[in-house]
Design a protein. Structure first.
Length: 250
């Protein structure tokens, strides 16, 4: 059995370096992973590209919530795609839907023309499409390289049966990349049930920033606390790599 590819979602230079050092094969670069991942800043993109040699997929998502964008938002997405490609991103993760939650084929085709020969990845917007089998065929027709999915369930393990059906439907025409809730403790079960040869995980742990301790009642966002944040956990990356290595060595 060939090695299982590990893609790690990261949101800082420290995250990217930790993922590279401890066993990741590919990065998905974002900001705001707590919001599901948004477009990274120019400074972050440049810093990671200059410091990390792993393939880097850059998120193009202009706002949180759904995936049906206004014209202004879509133009922003296109501009972000152009910038990421100019900064040597290896690929782009994106997803554009209609108000009904279906693949917005004309807009996705526009993004695909921009991406050109680099990797086009349709993110988990796929998981809210009403007819996933039809959506998958549309993405194949568009020339998308890979689709992230939890099998339209809260976690990939819960959606493993549907992921397996998507793998069967894909027939090597598009890559199926399971995502959501994948950890070292459940990745072997997921791979066994789906037959996938790659996984996507954020592998985050909690860190503390004590600089707000003087005014603990103040909040600057939607979070319940201002002294904690998430970052890539090197131990979890190592554990995931170990679990994947053990799986292919069975």
């Amino acid at each position: 059995m060939r090695a299982i590819l590990l893609e790690v979602a990261v949101a800082s230079l420290e995250d990217a370096l930790a993922a590279q050092q401890h066993g990741a094969d590919r990065l998905e670069l974002n900001s705001a992973l707590s919001l599901g991942g948004l477009t990274p800043s120019a400074g972050l993109l440049r810093a990671v590209r200059s410091a990390v040699s792993l393939p880097m997929i850059v998120m193009a998502r202009p706002r949180p919530a759904g995936f049906c964008y206004s014209q202004a938002e879509f133009e922003t997405l296109l501009a972000d795609v152009a910038f990421a490609l100019a900064e040597q991103a290896d690929g782009i993760a994106f997803g554009v839907l209609t108000e009904a939650g279906e693949i917005d084929v004309p807009r996705c085709a526009q993004v695909m023309r921009q991406i050109g020969s680099r990797e086009a990845v349709f993110h988990r917007a796929f998981d809210v499409t009403p007819e996933p089998a039809r959506a998958l065929e549309q993405l194949i027709d568009l020339g998308v390289r890979r689709v992230l999915t939890s099998g339209q369930e809260p976690t990939a393990l819960q959606g493993s049966l549907k992921i397996a059906k998507l793998v069967e439907q894909a027939r090597d025409r598009i890559e199926i990349l399971p995502a959501a809730g994948i950890r070292p403790a459940n990745v072997v079960e997921l791979l066994t049930q789906t037959g996938c040869n790659q996984v996507h995980a954020s592998l985050k742990g909690e860190r503390v920033d004590r600089s707000t301790a003087n005014r603990p009642a103040l909040s600057f966002g939607n979070g319940s606390t201002e002294d904690r944040y998430e970052a890539t956990d090197p131990e979890l990356v190592r554990a995931m790599r170990g679990a994947l290595t053990a799986y292919v060595s069975r």
